[in-house]
Design a protein around this ligand. Structure first.
Ligand SMILES: *Cc1c(COP(=O)(O)O)cnc(C)c1O
Length: 386
């Protein structure tokens, strides 16, 4: 049996996969089982921020792997403490909780917001407002947070206490908060799975001011937008706001599973021993890799990310087959004249692997993709679009 047949027979049927078996890679290149080369414009959904087999990351991970691979949170380890310090120093957060995925990072944020509100205002202040078209994960609670009915179907009842407003509709959020007892508002800086749709600065700033005035916790889900992806260390920084809680995952791990929930001034003391936990959370191997990544996402590096953004926009905005481009940094959604599935197939045939978000082509290349690889990928995408 081929690997594709074996997978189809034995792996749970939850993913619509492309008929490609990837076996190796280097930098922004991936290779399939026949040795065909691809330029990676998806990075495993925004995870491999420094591409495949990046030397600094591999060295950090293997050194820790050979020393001590896991301890549980009953003991202290250096990578976990140092990663928390780096995240706090770079963001202004005061405390970090580590988990293993985006959904878990959001669960942690939601629990913290509810506990904050319960203690401050009363247990009836449990509602969380999220946005229509959002995506926050696949657990029963993060599905409830996800403002898209199509994800809810067949899994009801979900966790109680989630309300939805339209992105940009600050009055809608104010009205919901007047009619209901609200603990938090949760947003993505750019709605990734929703079609790479950025929020507007006016809306985000208005929301920050409203949440501050009403003592409502502002959670920013930076699972996809975080860790340099938008050209800022975290997407919210592009809007010049300070959230109360930030969740992240994907790119933080650089290829290993890790989730992080950051608590700012208001929320730093919410959790006390016994409130929350994770066996694998803060795993030293994943944390050592993440620390290497965060240390390298400096201002010069982020300036390069923004340059690459500008290059893609310059090239694709004049392409006849492109109707529009949305997104920030190296998280872009391309609305194509042709059916996106056709465009995607042509890209794959010609050695480029972007992904999809709704009806758009989604580009999430390695943040350090060499210009020559980016040029080649953009050329293939242009040709696939017309
Ligand atoms: C991917 C994603 C999640 C879920 O992350 P998992 O690691 O798959 O649990 C949550 N929120 C956003 C914005 C995401 O893009």
């Amino acid at each position: 049996m081929s690997i594709i047949e074996l997978d189809n027979k034995y792996v749970a049927n939850t993913y619509a996969r492309f008929p490609i078996e990837l076996v190796s890679g280097k930098g922004s290149k991936l290779y399939d089982d026949a040795g065909k080369e691809y330029i990676d414009m998806g990075t495993g959904i925004g995870v491999n921020v420094f591409g495949v087999g990046d030397e600094g990351w591999v060295n950090a991970v293997t050194a820790q792997l050979k020393t001590l691979q896991h301890t549980s949170n009953l003991y202290y380890t250096s990578p976990c403490a140092r990663l928390a310090e780096a995240l706090c120093e770079r963001t202004g957060a005061k405390k970090v909780f580590f988990s293993n995925s985006g959904a878990e990072a959001n669960e942690c944020a939601i629990k913290a917001a509810r506990k904050y509100a319960a203690e401050k205002k009363g247990a009836e202040y449990f509602n969380i407002i999220t946005l229509n078209n959002s995506f926050h994960g696949r657990t029963i609670t993060t599905l409830a947070a996800t403002g898209q009915d199509s994800f809810h179907k067949d899994f009801l009842p979900l966790t109680d206490g989630f309300l939805y407003a339209d992105a940009g509709d600050i009055d809608g959020i104010k009205a919901l908060a007047e009619e209901n007892k609200v603990a938090a508002v949760m947003i993505e800086a750019v709605q990734g799975e929703g079609g790479v749709v950025p929020l507007t600065e006016d809306f985000v700033k208005g929301l920050e001011a409203f949440c501050k005035a009403e003592d409502i916790i502002l959670i920013v889900d930076e699972v996809q937008t975080g860790n340099g992806r938008t050209g800022a260390l975290y997407g919210y920084m592009k809007f010049g706001i300070t959230p109360d809680i930030v969740s992240t995952a994907k790119g933080l791990g650089g290829g290993l599973p890790i989730g992080a929930t950051m608590f700012f001034d208001k929320t730093e003391a919410v959790y006390t021993p016994g409130n929350h936990g994770s066996t694998f959370g803060g795993n030293p191997v994943a944390a050592a890799g993440a620390l290497n990544i965060i240390e390298r996402l400096d201002e010069d590096f982020l300036a390069e990310v923004n340059k690459k953004h500008d290059y893609i926009i310059d090239q694709l905005s004049v392409c006849e087959g492109v109707k529009g481009i949305t997104g920030l940094g190296l998280m872009l959604g391309i609305e194509t004249v042709k059916d996106v599935n056709e465009v995607l197939k042509a890209c794959q045939e010609n050695g480029v692997l972007p992904i999809k978000a709704k009806n758009k082509l989604r580009l999430l290349p390695p943040l350090n993709i060499p210009f020559e690889d980016l040029e080649r990928a953009v050329e293939v995408i242009k040709n696939a679009c017309v």
